[in-house]
Design a protein around this ligand. Sequence first.
Ligand code: SF4
Length: 392
Amino acid sequence: MESKVKKYYIKTFGCQMNEAESEMIAAGYECRGWKQVKNWQEANEVVINSCSVRESAENRVFGLVNNISKFKIKNTKCESTIRNLKLERPKIILSGCMVGSAMGERKRYTFKQLKQRLPQVAEFRPWWEWDFKKMKAIKTRKDKQKALVPIMTGCNHFCSYCVVPYAKGKEISFPFEDILCQIKEFGKKGWQEVILLGQNVNTYGKDFTKEEKDKIISCYHDSCHSIKDISIFSLLLRAVHKIKKITKISFLTSNPWDLTDDIIQAMKLPKVDRYLHLPLQSGDNTILKNMNRPYTVEQYWELVRKIRNEIPGIKIGTDLIVGFPGETKKAFENTVKLCQKIGFEKAYIAMYSPRPGTSAFKFKDNISYQEKKRRWSVLEKLINKKLSVKES
Ligand code: SF4
């Protein structure tokens, strides 16, 4: 007799934030008694947690939706079953960045356009409709050593190439106490490492009301550090640091312009990872300006020096984009030189991909794919393979 237990399958595209959200979505299904399966072919419901950062990521979503909707047609010869396809086919629920970009406050395209492109999708559900707060992701955590803990979502900055402010909306920080409870729970269940996640963790808590901030400061600020210019994120780091069972704390991502002295002081705590991810994107001031990154090469370099002085031995990794519109050979050479000078531990290097709806879309994508690929290889060799390169 066939099992009555309903089955779900989740496909996640993109970053660790999406991975963490998928775990919470899975937790919601588990609470309702559903069972996770490894193949979408066995599922009653398929959730696709999408990514919009690159066109290729969206294309993979279109491909998967297409495959799922064709699957039953290919595998049934019975006409009546075909007529009843609605009952046979797994229900497809689309979530993540592609949905956020159409249903959020900041749109890159309309919901109607999204529906027209994906008529096979039964339900479009943005992240805020999953009610993550009520879902306990512990049961469904795949990594039994490191716990991913989203502390906020969204972004208030608009880098000209980036879809995140549209896909995820404005910054929303999750409640301070809820985060601590979740991490304590992870600690009790045996996890020792936590990774605090957000598009820009440094601004965590900036959206709290004055009363909320004052309450956190009165409960978690200790007299060892100055109350002047205090950041709520630094208080979170200090509070997590006090959780006995947790032995290592990492965080992602930190925008260079929001990394305050107060946060750098909190990073000195012994349990905080001696690796910092600090996206540079370009080592050329004109390109940085066109990317709407509010710092110069000189300011970034000063920040790196300050961090290294305060925390000797810290390793720094970064994100870089090659082939941004107007990136001349000289501009790219500037990036290579800065990377040589800094000596990054690792880098996530992306070839620029124009995204409709972003402000950089108005620039001509004037660097050929071959040249982007070449520049990508130069940086990959230099940073990730640690080989010497000559770029001039
Ligand atoms: Fe995107 Fe810039 Fe916000 Fe990062 S800071 S999520 S790159 S807009």
